[in-house]
Design a protein around this ligand. Structure first.
Ligand code: SAM
Ligand code: SF4
Length: 329
């Protein structure tokens, strides 16, 4: 079992299978991103072995993320192999996706054992969606979402609240999710990576989002805690769960149960800190998993108490140099 110095049990791994993406969301990446050379990226077999080792060490939930995980070639191989671990230690296999390839993969994902997915969607207006993602086609994403719903995948929409960009769509997004029986979680923008503009220009605190929702809907606090950063409310009119991820207005670290692994096998013990452990070397050095397990145990002892994000309008912004697509959301 993996226990960190603050007695938090690590039972959740998020694995980024690629840093590449078919979108260039303005808050996530700069327009001309450099991606990692393919030779540095772990093979799908190596990723599967790494995940199995974590399952051996007590991890119960795996989330596949990126970049855009569904643009990784032969990605279903990994889902099919990890799906075999469900019920054998692994309790849940999930995915975070931008939805662009869902139409193609939804049924395969369900067949591999995936039951719930997170889909990022920041606007329901075609032109604005294109502006935010720089490339994305809203119709394709919506079509993929409906196929995913039809095959039986439970869907949570993730929306990054962006000041002056999608703040006029908050109620519409809540309403649309309610109609489609999707839950929705709003996220405060985090200062990760240089994006060519000040983060404070995009930052919208979620208490403003909550106030907007309360103008139309009656909501009550939901005590549900998933070990993740979200706090939830129940919306009575739409009978739906609404989550808020608020790294700035509320620190969410005290219950953190997760670590994140990049597609090159670097483990970040905290999304908002730079300390990392190299898992690729022990993975490749020996076919026996003991060296890898020892490396993981040692690194977990360095898991910090919390993140270090700061966005302040008047002070200098402190940001993590890594873009979000490296460690995944
Ligand atoms: N491409 C997939 C997607 O967009 O869902 C998975 C990876 S993406 C990095 C994961 C999540 O991180 C998305 O919900 C995205 O909106 C969020 N995200 C990206 N950059 C962010 C930032 N700087 N602050 C807050 N959330 C961010
Ligand atoms: Fe790609 Fe997801 Fe980042 Fe958007 S948020 S650029 S879809 S990795």
């Amino acid at each position: 079992m993996l226990i960190d110095p603050f007695q938090r049990k690590i039972s959740y791994v998020r694995l980024s299978v690629t840093d590449r993406c078919d979108f260039r969301c303005t808050y996530c990446m700069s327009e001309d991103m450099d991606f990692l050379p393919k030779k540095d990226v772990l093979s799908l077999e190596e990723m599967s072995r790494l995940c199995n080792t974590f399952i051996d060490l007590g991890v119960r939930k795996l989330r596949i993320t990126g970049g855009e995980p569904l643009v990784r070639k032969n990605i279903m191989q990994l889902f099919n192999s990890l799906g075999k671990q469900l019920g054998q230690g692994l309790e849940e296999l999930t995915l975070t996706t931008n939805g662009s390839q869902l139409g193609r993969y939804a049924q395969n994902l369900y067949d591999s054992g995936v039951r719930r997915i997170n889909v990022s969607l920041d606007s329901l207006e075609k032109n604005k969606f294109k502006k935010i993602t720089r490339i994305g086609d809203l119709d394709k994403v919506l079509e993929g979402l409906m196929i995913a719903k039809k095959v039986g995948l439970k869907i949570k929409i993730n929306t990054v609240a962006l000041k002056g960009i999608n703040d006029d769509e908050i109620l519409n997004l809540v309403n649309w999710c309610g109609e489609n029986k999707f839950s929705i979680t709003f996220i405060e923008v985090m200062p990760m990576g240089e994006i060519g503009e000040k983060r404070s220009n995009q930052y919208m605190p979620l208490n403003e989002v909550k106030s907007l929702i309360q103008k139309k809907y009656s909501i009550t606090e939901d005590p549900l805690r998933t070990g993740g950063p979200a706090r939830y409310v129940h919306c009575h009119e739409t009978d739906q769960k609404i989550g808020f991820i608020t790294p700035h207005t509320h620190n969410f670290c005290e219950l953190c149960n997760r670590v994140r692994i990049t597609c090159t096998g670097e483990m970040y013990m905290c999304l908002g800190q730079e300390d990392k452990a190299d898992l690729k070397t022990p993975l490749r050095k020996s076919e026996n998993d003991q060296l890898l397990k020892n490396t993981i145990y040692k690194a977990i002892l360095r898991k910090p108490k919390g993140h270090d994000f700061v966005i302040e309008r008047r002070k200098n912004e402190k940001f993590i140099p890594r873009h979000m697509n490296v460690t995944g959301g």
